[in-house]
Design a protein around this ligand. Structure first.
Ligand code: ATP
Ligand code: MG
Ligand code: MG
Ligand code: MG
Length: 562
């Protein structure tokens, strides 16, 4: 590609609103432009990188037996109502109406659509397992879109969904997907870790996140110094069986509010009373108490909470019943028993939260077997401690260390959550109707592009790894007006292309300093400079990563670059 013919608007200045390197560099090197908060155009170079990431993802998906399809971004509200997520997803789901006033969602994810497709088209166990994937734009009205492509409101995701007639089949495909993900991130050259994303009922084997290690990551990973154990700290297990460490420090305060019912509505009334280990929010809505147990670093709607580990809302519908309406990422736990009277509710709610909510992080999922006596010292909630640096690793090998990570992929065993809600059933060998067992597997394709830049850059710009570089070689005549240099550059450009290299040819009438600075900023792996020695058919090859330069005779150029 001749640079004069394409669009690579480089910037000298660091854009003031870009906080992280990937955002700054992708803007400065002319890969992306912002349209609105969290919404970006991919300019020609950016589009090429996306395509490369997509190609790697596609190859590994096909290797794992997944088949590509494409589903609509605009989805009838009825689908989301059927699954229940129309009501539970919250404001992150973009909603809209058509001219007939019918409601739609812009797909934040595609479980609903895929489940209805498979429900309608697959009836027999003979068609299972089936794994389908797409690479498609997703819409999420993120509370805080930031860091450029890392947290967008419109972004590109690869999402795959598998359907099974047995748990073993799901386990098998999950394993294959896990391997595919490891292959993808390895091929991208990323420094990553697969971490346990949920230490829930089935021992933390049902969901893993793939984390790119980075200082600017929004997740904290707890990993073992000596083994492969790694977990998202949000989900890392509560370290149980403590010695009592001091006086009980929990305090709770009841705050009366008017008629509001949702956490959104009452957020203004949340009253934080903190203790050393656990912060508890307790408030009262319509004579019902709502308790939120807090840990780690999060926000609940507008309330910024330091140290939120686990937040759940318990609505004490009746003295006999506790309904947990919201987990830390909007999980619903369903009713659990609470045999105490309303008067002592606040105290016991904490106990029950510890009991029931410690695994809540995804809608419909929670620990079912947490035992307060066995796992926690009851009535000594303040002794509960969540995993910390220096703790013995839960697998008994090594000690826990923390690192920051960017979540680039997530694999998840869904079970029958969607198939049951939406009636996706099949007939088994015996002619019996069974709900399909499902898995889902996501990769943030556009986020990956930014994560690569986070890991591969230096003072002068991006340093693309070969796997996803927009072009392989940057050919730069020092003086494009010099006939010999221009002719030799053209010759090299054609020759390289003929030999399968993707070439960017800086044919612009710019000063050498400008061209070199742009080349470093754009970050192609190798630069071929055609200068004074053009007459002798000698050019300079410079490797972007190491800065090493060598003079090479044109005859040996292809060989040198291979
Ligand atoms: P996060 O915890 O960062 O909000 P998530 O857990 O909500 O991500 P998933 O629902 O697991 O995301 O989606 C699958 C993948 O899509 C994520 O692993 C991530 O790579 C990507 N992704 C999610 N949200 C965004 C976003 N706002 N911008 C870009 N990529 C995203
Ligand atoms: Mg999210
Ligand atoms: Mg996440
Ligand atoms: Mg996730």
């Amino acid at each position: 590609m001749k640079q004069s013919m394409t669009l690579i608007p480089t910037l000298r200045e660091v854009p003031s609103d870009a906080e992280v390197k990937s955002h700054q560099l992708l803007l400065r090197a002319g890969f992306i432009r912002q349209n609105a908060s969290g919404i970006y155009s991919f300019l020609p170079l950016g589009k090429r990188v996306l395509k490369k990431v997509e190609d790697i993802v596609r190859e590994e998906m096909e290797n794992a037996g997944a088949v590509e399809l494409l589903m609509p971004a605009m989805q009838a509200a009825e689908l989301w109502q059927e699954s229940g997520r129309w009501y539970s997803y919250g404001p992150e789901l973009m909603r809209m109406r058509d001219r007939h006033n019918r409601e739609f969602a812009l797909g934040a994810t595609h479980e609903e659509v895929i489940t209805t497709i498979v429900r309608d088209e697959v009836k027999s166990y003979k068609k299972l397992p089936l794994t389908l994937y797409q690479i498609q734009t997703k819409f999420r009205d993120e509370k805080r879109p930031r860091f450029g492509l890392l947290r967008g409101r419109e972004f590109l995701m690869k999402d795959a969904y598998s359907f099974h007639s047995s748990q073993e089949s799901l386990d098998d495909v999950y394993e294959k997907m896990f391997t595919a993900y490891s292959n993808i991130f390895t091929r991208l050259g990323l420094n990553f870790r697969a971490v346990i994303a949920d230490s829930g009922a089935m021992g933390g084997k049902d969901t893993h996140e793939f984390m790119v290690l980075s200082e600017i990551g929004e997740d904290t990973i707890a990993y073992s110094s000596d083994s492969s154990y790694a977990a998202n700290i949000e989900m890392a297990p509560v370290v149980a069986n403590y010695e009592k460490s001091g006086e009980a420090e929990i305090e709770m305060e009841k705050v009366s509010t008017p008629d509001q019912k949702t956490i959104e509505d009452v957020s203004g009334f949340l009253n934080v009373t903190s203790s050393k280990m656990i912060k508890t929010l307790c408030f009262k809505v319509d004579e019902k108490f709502v308790v939120v147990l807090v840990r780690g670093d999060h926000e609940i709607n507008d309330v910024k909470l330091k140290n939120l580990y686990q937040a759940s809302v318990v609505e004490l519908a009746t003295p006999e019943e506790v309904k947990v309406q919201m987990g830390c990422s909007i999980g619903s736990l369903g009713p659990i028993g609470l045999p105490q009277s309303v008067e002592v509710v606040a105290d016991h709610a904490v106990e029950y939260l510890v009991n029931a909510v410690s695994g809540a992080n995804e809608e419909g999922y929670h620990y079912t077997n947490v035992n307060p006596v066995r796992d926690f010292s009851v009535n000594q909630y303040t002794d509960l401690r969540f995993i910390q640096e220096g703790d013995l690793s839960p697998d008994g090998q090594g000690v826990i260390r923390f690192a920051k990570g960017i979540e680039v992929g997530h694999v998840f065993k869904l079970g029958t959550r969607y198939s049951e809600a939406m009636g996706a059933t099949y007939l088994d060998e015996n002619g019996r109707t069974q709900p399909m067992i499902m898995g889902c597997y996501g990769i943030g394709v556009s986020r990956v592009m930014a994560a690569v830049v986070e890991q591969f850059h230096d003072e002068s710009g991006i340093v693309w790894p070969n796997a996803v570089t927009p072009y392989d070689v940057h050919v730069i005549p020092v003086n494009a007006k010099n006939a010999e240099q221009a002719a030799l550059s053209e010759e090299i450009y054609s020759e390289l292309k003929r030999n399968g290299f993707a070439v960017l040819f800086d044919d612009r009438q710019e000063r050498p300093g400008v061209k070199f600075a742009d080349a470093d900023l754009i970050g192609l792996p190798v630069r071929v400079t055609v200068g004074k020695k053009a007459e002798e058919k000698v050019v300079e090859v410079k490797w972007r990563k190491t800065g090493e330069m060598e003079e090479v005779s044109v005859d040996n150029l292809i060989q040198t670059l291979r």
